[in-house]
Write a new protein. Structure first.
Length: 458
């Protein structure tokens, strides 16, 4: 049994999807939080708290996956909102490779559980039953565990999502049922994967058509025309790009068409496969909450980013400064990303966006020399020493780059727990200034090993 981790995916690979479904108030969101390793979903002892699908990334036994939490499923209901929740759950099952049916072991098998199980059997997907709220061996005997085998699904696991009991065994079985892991593709340092993402109707397909110089993709004024993710190769100024046009990502509550809902997960998975994300915004609308959520998703996945403000031909250039200020206010966490103002319709500055994608890809893949890094670290410490921890000084000894795509740096110190998030941000910001990095940067503080100390002493 393994703890959750976050290994890198093979180049160009997408994660298998696990869907969590079940009737209201059986502990689906608690199980979701347990599996992704944090309180990502709202948990409350009231039926119907989760209405939209909630996505999280994780890994088990070295296999990465995306897991989807859904609202309480009621097969027969006249309530409009509950019907939408039911439809969301059905779509999550369609997207998934594996399904977890969560039930209440202390309440026993219900007619709703049986209806949901019948729907899941028709899906043809592997379905594992998590009989939840089985907190102890005594409860396992007192509960109604045996009744759930009658559902005729893949396997039944007594679990307590709240106390993590049985979750490891459930995850072992889930991961074993995944499709065979893809083999890593040969890494081509010059091949840059770019995903074009954004809300519906901001001009993603028009942008790719303009870059390719042909009507390769359907471009329409009707939101949601693109329902799948499509890859196309393009060579520009000696660099080969793989461009991915994705379906528009919109608020799940605003999604009406079933096929459009299905396309959202495809877009998320395209971000997984990308090196660089071009986030396309609409110049006629100020940056909205959904734009920030898409940017945050790309940042969470550690992707380089270029922000392109499209339809700029409809506004005067004098508004560029105000738009930049608004972006910094609404999305301060990606203030390092280059911004391009242009028009996919007229072709203005569209290749500038591609050039910026190539430039940030170089930063994304770069390896910084260790001597320069340590000169930088010394200058930073001289300027602003780390704050005291427990009344004792925090000493930073050494820095080295330990990963790329995105760049990862490890700082060796005497008290890693004393290197606060604020101080890490200070170091990263100084690193951006010194080395011109316009990509996500990960900084890890680790303790100096005793072996290294003894070797130095000798």
């Amino acid at each position: 049994m393994s703890d959750l981790e976050t290994p890198n995916l093979p180049q160009g690979a997408a994660r298998p999807v696990i869907a969590i479904v079940g009737r209201p108030n059986v502990g689906k969101s608690t199980l979701f939080n347990r599996i992704v390793g944090g309180r990502r979903a709202l948990v409350q002892d009231v039926p119907g708290v989760t209405r939209d699908r909630n996505y999280g990334d994780g890994a088990w036994n070295g296999r990465p996956f995306t897991i989807v939490d859904t609202g309480g499923f009621l097969p027969q209901t006249e309530d409009k909102l509950l019907r939408q929740v039911r439809d969301q759950a059905r779509l999550a099952v369609e997207e998934a490779q594996v399904v977890i049916l969560v039930t209440d072991g202390m309440a026993g098998l219900t007619a709703v559980d049986q209806e949901i199980a019948a729907m899941l059997r028709r899906s043809g997907k592997p379905v594992f039953v998590a009989v939840n709220k089985i907190d102890s061996a005594k409860r396992e005997q007192e509960g109604f565990l045996a009744d759930f085998w009658a559902l005729g699904l893949e396997a039944v696991f007594p679990t307590s999502a709240e106390h993590s009991r049985g979750v490891g065994e459930l995850m072992d079985a889930l991961v074993a049922s995944f499709p065979e892991a893809p083999l890593p593709e040969p890494v081509d340092e010059e091949l840059c994967r770019v995903a074009i993402v954004g809300r519906p109707n901001v001009g993603k397909s028009t942008l790719i058509n303009r870059l390719l110089g042909e009507e390769r993709f359907v471009a329409s004024e009707v939101p949601g025309t693109t329902t799948d993710s499509v890859d196309t190769r393009l060579t520009y100024k000696g660099r080969t790009f793989v461009l991915t046009d994705t379906a528009g990502i919109r608020r799940k509550r605003a999604i009406a068409a079933r096929v459009e809902q299905f396309s959202v997960m495809r877009a998320f998975r395209s971000i997984d496969r990308a090196d660089v994300v071009i986030l396309l915004l609409d110049a006629t609308e100020p940056a909205v909450d959904q734009d920030a959520k898409i940017a945050a998703l790309a940042l969470e996945k550690g992707k380089a980013m270029v922000v392109m403000v499209n339809k700029w031909d409809l506004l005067p250039d004098a508004k560029a400064a105000a738009f930049r200020d608004e972006l910094k206010r609404s999305m301060p966490f990606v203030s390092w990303a280059p911004i391009v103002f242009g028009s996919a319709l007229t072709g203005d500055h569209v290749f500038q966006a591609l050039e910026r994608a190539g430039q940030v890809f170089e930063h994304y893949s770069a390896r910084l020399p260790t001597p320069q890094l340590n000169e930088f670290l010394q200058a930073v410490v001289d300027e602003h020493p780390a704050p005291l921890y427990g009344g004792h000084p925090v000493r930073l000894f050494y820095i080295a780059q330990t990963g790329s795509r995105p760049p990862v740096f490890s700082v060796t110190c005497n008290k890693p727990e004393g290197v606060t998030d604020d101080y890490k941000r200070f170091i990263v910001n100084r690193m951006r200034e010194s080395f011109g990095l316009k990509v996500p940067v990960r900084l890890i503080a680790k303790r100096k090993s005793k072996r290294a100390f003894v070797a130095k002493k000798r």
